[in-house]
Design a binder for this molecule. Structure first.
Ligand code: SF4
Length: 329
């Protein structure tokens, strides 16, 4: 279902003369690790598979590669995100090879009342946006694809960056998200506040995501209210290369202290209940690392886990309705 670009991988390894290669795969593609390791071995390098979780290109395993003496990282499933890499890195985006036509066709009746539609997708399907656009235009729709210039491709979204979609949100009545799962579509709705229909090419079906977005919004309000009662806060700074926001964390800490709260900076690599909930004297957490942990896994944490934007409500800097206008992250 995905293009792993084995031939390009082989050529790059030979061209770079790499001798030790660290392979990073997202969770859904980890099953391919032995096969890809074999390709690397045949190209003349020692493959080492990173078994750690990897959810985005923000999590490039630079320190791990350095400590293992790897001279190349091969990062699968995400487009380049960091501006600079300390260790040479090849990104293999793992573009999907399945057709999106059937799912888009099924989405059409769900968008019957919309005239102007925005398109969004993940890097796996950016090559299908032209086909989706043509299908919508044939039914008389006006179609827009945002290109705010922050991500690699027009129309592309990642879990924490919807700038392409946001750049056109005011001109469209809703979005068609082409891709699998609910994660990105949910983020799209929670940042643009526009209705979103998902065309899922893996399940060959289409469905609206708005009801789920409303449920998440209610959960967030409950979390913020609970955090408002908290006295002691831990402001989490991520240790992954693309998640380290120490300045922002210090800024949030200052705002919380001005609002009469105690706040401390905690450094963390993986934000999980097991690592974070071992501090009984902390009442609530502000997550400056991956904002989606707060939104998508909030029920796993026994204490409030707020995003940076939500922390501004607790600190009295913005209101709940302002937060709902600017987005949750
Ligand atoms: S910070 Fe989170 S949502 Fe953003 S790219 Fe990394 S893992 Fe994905």
């Amino acid at each position: 279902m995905f293009d792993f670009e084995e031939e390009r991988l082989r050529q790059e390894i030979v061209k770079l003369g790499a001798k030790r290669v660290l392979i990073q795969l997202p969770e859904g593609l980890k099953g391919e690790a032995p096969r890809l390791a074999k390709v690397i071995e045949k190209a003349g390098a020692l493959p080492i598979v990173s078994a750690d979780p990897c959810y985005g290109a923000c999590d490039l395993a630079t320190s791990e590669a350095e400590s293992l003496g790897a001279d190349l990282i091969v990062h699968y499933g995400h487009a380049k995100l960091l501006k600079y890499e300390r260790v040479p890195t090849i990104y293999i985006e793992a573009r999907a090879t399945i057709s999106v036509a059937e799912a888009v066709e099924k989405a059409l009746p769900l968008m019957a009342n919309w005239h102007k539609i925005g398109l969004a997708t993940t890097v796996q399907h950016v090559q299908t946006l032209d086909e989706a656009r043509e299908m919508l235009i044939r039914t008389g729709k006006t179609v827009m694809v945002g290109d705010a210039g922050r991500l690699n491709y027009p129309g592309q979204v990642i879990g924490c960056d919807y700038s392409n979609a946001k750049s056109i949100a005011e001109y469209v009545e809703g979005f068609l998200f082409v891709g699998g799962g609910r994660f990105h579509a949910l983020g799209l709705t929670l940042t643009t506040f526009k209705s979103t229909v998902v065309a899922d090419p893996y399940e060959k079906r289409a469905y609206p995501i708005d009801g789920e977005a409303q449920r998440v919004q209610k959960q967030r309000w409950a979390c913020i209210q609970e955090a408002q009662k908290a006295k002691t806060f831990a402001v989490l700074v991520g240790l992954k290369p693309g998640q380290k926001r120490l300045e922002e964390a210090l800024n949030i800490r200052e705002k919380l202290e001005r609002a009469g709260k105690d706040a401390y900076i905690f450094a963390v690599r993986e934000i999980t209940p097991e690592t974070i909930m071992n501090f009984p004297t902390v009442d609530a957490y502000i997550n400056t690392a991956c904002p989606r942990v707060s939104l998508d896994a909030s029920s796993k944490f026994s204490k409030p886990m707020l995003t940076m934007s939500e922390a501004l409500v607790v600190a009295g800097e913005i209101s709940w309705s302002e937060l709902c206008k600017r987005g949750f992250f």
